[in-house]
Design a protein around this ligand. Sequence first.
Ligand code: ADP
Length: 345
Amino acid sequence: MALVALEAVTKSYGETPALRDVTLRIEDGEVVTLLGPSGGGKTTLLRIMAGLEKPDFGTVTIGSEVVSDNRTLVHPRKRGVGMVFQDLGLWPHVTVEASVRLTAEANKVDVKIAGELIEMVGLGDKAMRYPHQLSGGEQQRLALARALAGEPEVLLLDEPLANLDAPLREDILAILSELHRRRPGMAIVAASHQQEEAIEFSSRLAILADGRIEQCAPAEDIFKEPASRLVAAFFRMGLLIPATPNCGRVKTPFGDLEVDADSGAQGWVLVRSEQLEPVPEGSQDNAASGIVQEKIFRGNVAGQPESLYRVKIGDIITRVPLSGEFQKGAGISLRVNGPVKFLEK
Ligand code: ADP
């Protein structure tokens, strides 16, 4: 049985659809990150799991209890859910120690947990401080300790790493992985638009765009087999070209390419950035000519300086990692290596 199950969850705000028919199951111990463009529905989905928002249709089950359907709306505090949302909701006149302890008491959890959690989030020496005496990162850690004090089955985190600089993001990631070691059965559902941390931190990613789950799978599977054009575009996997496969081939500006679909309706082909290779101008085979628009330096990646080039080929603009130096405005011929991937939607 899934720990959290959403079945056909739909929600609109007036005329604006926020979630369309979302079905998602999260098992014990899973860390699932809702990832996708802003406005895609991530926060709404978290708020529905938390019980802060009622879906228009659909069912939410946590453990064996239906917590939300057309007749039921279980109160957020009665769902066994801990949450850290963007508005941390800290109590201004309550110290770190008291706010974690009171939360444990209110949930009938042994108050011994309060001290342990405060230590775990690194606030041991600040236990008698009030929220306004803490830095932004410390306030976030206090909110996390308080959310955990009720020993929730499910922890909901809205943008847990937003507004934190890199060392603080590392701190929170380290705390979350320690937490997972201590409470392996607890599920964590986070909303994020930061891909790198989400990939590192999650067992599965649920890609939400325009109120729909486009794909829900481990990050590696998503990179290997993106389910849709939106997923490939969100991760900037490469060039997306409208195309219709015919007997295992597609017509593109690079010529007639081999594709992983026999025949089908109109869709898109994904030419992955790493499939593109510069070749001498005038090469015929699977190549197209373009203009180098800009070099984009991306800092050191795995210890190596890395640059991408923005290249315009006909109407298409793409970012390509190229070895070698290319001047702005230079002509370039790019060849596609290997078969391309067809995406139906
Ligand atoms: P995300 O978290 O992915 O950025 P949201 O869940 O916040 O997305 O929003 C999904 C859609 O619902 C957006 O179009 C947003 O403008 C709309 N929306 C969210 N909350 C409200 C609200 N309280 N009132 C009106 N529209 C809302």
